[in-house]
Ligand binder design. Structure first.
Ligand SMILES: [Zn+2]
Length: 315
């Protein structure tokens, strides 16, 4: 395993001269572009690929909301360096910079940029704070292994200010906080009241395969039902493009249905894990970003429990 210390040694200051590195990778620079999606709402849209040394883990959507005294950041990206880029970007939109930070859930690509905003409130559901504290170091080891020097200097900085469900105001902006779960043990969705934009976090993926390391698929489907019933003006998913059509929620739900069904049928037919991983994907799901890696990861996360549940009882 490559630890944080090893990752620092691997590239050192010589990255720019190593052959085979892309320009961005050699400079370890995130090129973030704010995309205006509604009045006072900007999206920084991540790649729909898996974590790579080329994208530096910039695979997540972050959101900037105009507040009274600065910008409210929803999710801070995968690394210290990403958080710094986000901070610089915020200042180009509002000279006062970032006033508040909100984390939708405890996955590392959503909160490892928090370190940069340690002077501001960093809000999350209470369960998310506990999960980030409990699992953050394990996630960090994995992220350093996947992204090497992109992670340089990143220290796990869990959110610390509890946010409750319901209608609330953050830095003057009226929001409805939806405390849900299923993608993880605690997933926050946020409805921006003035624009009707639903910031769905990783409860919704669009044209990018959902990730399932912490998932409860039945609970996740229930949360998607809650989100669909809101009839938002547009859904801003955790990964993938903005969706004004409602397709993103339907697509995520259809994929999770198919995944659960595929795992159950495979277990009933006695397939082993490797055979399931090699199953062909239907065209509409094979075309999603990060496939077939995410399907294969889902098999490794979920199949052992599914196998147990279909074993004949009474032995
Ligand atoms: Zn996630």
């Amino acid at each position: 395993m490559i630890t944080r210390r090893h990752a620092l040694c691997l590239i050192g200051s010589g990255a720019a001269s190593l052959p085979g590195l892309s320009h961005a990778q050699a400079r370890l620079t995130y090129e973030l572009t704010p995309k205006p999606v509604a009045q006072g709402v900007w999206m920084i849209e991540g790649s729909t690929d898996y974590f790579t040394m080329e994208n530096g883990g910039a695979i997540v959507n972050c959101v900037l909301l105009q507040g009274d005294s600065g910008l409210i950041v929803v999710d801070t990206g995968p690394s210290l360096r990403f958080g710094e880029a986000l901070h610089r970007l915020a200042r180009t939109l509002d000279i006062r910079g970032v006033s508040e930070v909100v984390n939708t859930h405890h996955h590392p690509d959503h909160f490892f940029g928090n370190q940069v905003f340690a002077g501001q409130p960093i809000r999350a559901l209470g369960e998310t704070i506990g999960l980030a504290q409990a699992e953050g170091d394990g996630f960090a080891d994995n992220m350093y292994r996947l992204l090497g020097d992109w992670m340089r200097g990143t220290e796990v900085t869990p959110p610390r200010n509890v946010i409750e469900g319901g209608d609330t105001t953050i830095d003057g902006r009226a929001l409805t906080i939806l405390p849900l779960s299923g993608h993880t043990g605690a997933d926050m969705a946020i409805l921006d009241q003035s624009t009707g934009i639903l910031i769905a976090g990783d409860l919704v993926f669009f044209n990018r395969a959902p990730t399932t390391p912490s998932a409860d698929l039945a609970q996740w489907q229930s949360s998607l039902g809650t989100l669909a019933a809101l009839r938002p003006a547009a859904v801003l998913p955790g990964h993938g493009p903005l969706d004004p059509s409602g397709d993103a929620i339907r697509q995520t739900s259809a994929y999770l249905d198919w995944l659960a069904d595929t795992l159950t049928r495979s277990a009933e037919n006695g397939l082993d894990m490797i055979e399931v991983m090699q199953s062909p994907l239907p065209k509409r799901f094979a075309a999603m970003g990060a496939q077939p890696q995410e399907f294969q990861r889902s098999v490794s996360h979920l199949f052992p429990d599914v196998e147990l549940s279909v074993l004949p009882r009474g032995n």
